[in-house]
Write a protein that binds this ligand. Structure first.
Ligand code: XIL
Length: 644
């Protein structure tokens, strides 16, 4: 149970190690597109340079593949190492897998793979693969994911070491991406189905661009910056405030008429070390001076951050995770508490109310469905409210899993806070497919995805029943390609959200939107009685064919079949002829055969039925040479369709 297993949170994880990231639907994954390969086999350094004055030269002393590698000698600092510009290679919002083989000339150390990006001269360093043991006796692979989230004028991939400055080799460096799938536009928007309260998603930098931005805008009407408003992002250095991470997210929310939850003003994690250092730079001890200093820093922080956003942020998680039910007074022994007692909470809420008078002010915590934790939080809220501390709202994080907690415990949680003058919000819901820290699955098992769908179904039914208490429900992430659970509590691929790693609706989505479709066995027209079904081929159809992406030799396409007749299409075969020698390499949402230029696509198990007025879409990756003409004619079940 997470209540017992919860570990200290890692600070800002930028990228997950590849070893932990196994595709959720490995069988459906299309071939990655490789955008960078450095194998040094042509006896040149292939654009690599040193980060300082070190020497780079092609070497045949050792090689990972072939006979050549890149030797880096003359390093004088651990951060010296080989670096390659990817400014013209990487696009914002695309998730790249970067892989490099590393070997030392002598001894052993740890090596890291990172990205340096600069915007108007300001550098940011992002870890792609953290410290990994390397030595001189063999090659070690560093492989991880990176998504550029900002506009940049400088972007490099580089390798460095942790403690020694000896010579090193790199070889067979690659970067690739899996082309994004267009989002499904022919499914209901979550926010249109669940209308009792705003439904939100926590997001990070890249998730307002391209397909992720489309998915966010289609389904959600509230947004929580997942990391961008935390203290380490907004005030990394004392009294130096930065809103570069959060501003674009909040601007997107504003532009799309979405509500914004501000997360978070006071927390024991992701708070820079300086906050808790005394005037001499030593760790604070519980003295009156330190208490005054810490509260002054807190006040200054909230005055600046909350004022920057004014009434754009409708709700603030003022305080996060302050309860420890194992303490006799129920309070977490954070530095905040050790130095100030409850005064940090009194100050935080009072200042937030003053600076953001219209914002709802929340106290937010996890495991509030656990009776002891729930009661400790309740006691604190009742006590502080009695003193006049302006707490408007209790936030329940709801980091749960496929078999925990029970609906009745969750209902007891909601009931507990009724009648004490607070709103309640679900602030960080996700449903892990794992039930213990010991489990790891290479891909999400079907039965777990089903249990997850039922958990979402039952929890959302409960939330909707408690609409008088709940003023917001937010999920901690947008889709399974980016979830904090990939690295917490251990590194393994999790799949806790409504959309899969390729942004397509899961059974979990149907659990929220239309439980009759959980498991994909029923279809959009399941409510249409079989007697109205027509035999295959009887419908009339309209087909839209679009090239959604194209690069040298390859392209991505989408074909949509609309049922323009009055009868249901039950099972379909879609046919067309390519005229430019194109070949379909991979296809999703259906299965494909190609014989010469003739392509036949058969429906998947879950999209075979197309109601009158309904549609089904498939996407594919293809190859082309010379030209890539659009097919002129399409058939569905042998009948010619209108081409749109
Ligand atoms: C998580 C973020 O999602 C991660 O990216 C980060 O590395 C750690 O923090 N409870 C909270 C959130 O209140 O702020 C945490 O967010 C998840 C648990």
């Amino acid at each position: 149970m997470r209540a017992l297993a919860r570990l200290a949170l890692a600070t800002c994880v930028v990228a997950a190690p590849l070893t932990a990231v196994v595709a959720a639907h490995a069988a459906d994954e299309p071939t990655p597109v490789t955008v960078l390969t450095s194998d040094f086999e042509d006896n040149t350094v292939q654009g690599w340079t040193g980060r300082s004055a070190e020497t780079l030269a092609v070497s045949t002393t050792v090689a990972h593949g072939g006979t050549h590698s890149l030797a880096v000698t003359g390093r004088t600092a651990t951060w010296n190492g080989p670096s390659l510009s990817v400014l013209d290679t990487f696009e914002k919002g695309t998730s790249y897998t970067i892989s490099a083989w590393v070997r030392l000339a002598d001894g052993s150390d740890n090596a890291r793979l990172s990205v340096e990006r600069r915007t108007s001269g300001t550098a940011t360093y992002e870890t792609v693969v953290g410290n990994t043991a390397v030595n001189s006796s063999g090659w070690v692979n560093l492989s991880g994911h990176y998504t550029l989230s900002a506009d940049v004028d400088f972007l490099t991939v580089y390798v460095e070491t942790a403690s020694t400055t000896g010579s090193l080799y790199i070889d067979d460096v690659t970067a690739s991406y899996v082309p994004a799938l267009p989002i499904q536009t022919d499914i209901p928007s979550v926010k249109d189905v669940v209308t009792e309260f705003p439904v939100g998603a926590a997001i990070t930098g890249a998730e307002i661009t391209t397909e992720h931005g489309d998915l966010l805008a289609k389904h959600f009407n509230s947004v929580t910056p997942g990391n961008a408003l935390k203290w380490d992002a907004t005030e990394p250095t004392e009294n130096v405030f930065s809103y570069t991470q959060a501003d674009p997210l909040i601007a997107f929310a504003k532009a799309h008429g979405m509500k914004v939850r501000g997360h978070t003003l006071v927390w024991h994690n992701q708070t820079p070390a300086w906050v808790f250092q005394d005037a001499t730079g030593a760790a604070m001890t519980a003295t009156a001076e330190n208490k005054a200093l810490l509260l002054a820093r807190l006040e200054n922080h909230i005055r600046n951050v909350a004022a920057h956003y004014g009434d754009t942020i409708g709700t603030w998680d003022v305080a996060n995770e302050v309860i420890d039910e194992s303490q006799s007074d129920g309070m977490r022994r954070s530095t905040w508490y050790d130095i100030t007692g409850l005064d940090y909470l009194r100050t935080a809420f009072a200042v937030a109310r003053e600076v953001a008078p219209t914002a709802k002010l929340c106290i937010n915590d996890y495991n509030t469905n656990v009776a002891a934790k729930r009661d400790a939080l309740y006691n604190l809220v009742v006590k502080l409210k009695a003193e006049g501390v302006p707490i408007d709202c209790v936030g329940h994080q709801m980091h749960i899993n496929v078999s925990w907690p029970s609906i009745s415990d969750t209902e007891a949680m909601l009931k507990k806070f009724e009648g004490i003058g607070v709103e309640q919000q679900i602030t960080e819901m996700d449903v892990s497919i794992y039930t213990s820290s010991g489990e790891t699955f290479p891909a999400p098992p079907a039965d777990r995805l089903l249990s997850q769908a039922y958990m979402y179904r039952d929890m959302f039914a409960l939330f909707r029943k408690y609409r008088a208490d709940l003023t917001s429900v937010t999920l901690w992430g947008l889709a399974d390609d980016n979830t904090w659970l990939d690295t917490y509590p251990v590194a393994r691929k999790d799949a806790p959200l409504l959309f899969d790693t390729r942004l397509q609706a899961k059974s979990a989505y149907w659990g929220v939107v239309d439980p009759s479709r959980i498991g994909g066995t029923s279809s959009p027209s399941a409510s249409v009685s079989p007697s109205t079904s027509a035999s295959p081929g009887a419908g009339t159809c309209a087909v839209t064919y679009r090239v959604t992406g194209s690069w040298t030799g390859g392209f991505q396409g989408e074909v949509k079949i609309a049922n323009s007749g009055t009868a249901v299409i039950s099972g379909w075969k879609l046919g067309w002829q390519f005229t430019g020698g194109q070949v379909v390499a991979q296809l999703w949402n259906g299965s494909v055969t190609q014989s010469g230029s003739a392509v036949t696509v058969t429906n998947a198990s879950w999209n075979g039925t197309i109601a009158a007025g309904g549609s089904a879409s498939v996407g594919f990756l293809g190859s082309w040479t010379g030209s890539n003409p659009v097919p002129a004619a399409f058939t569905v079940n042998g009948t010619a369709c209108t081409v749109l």
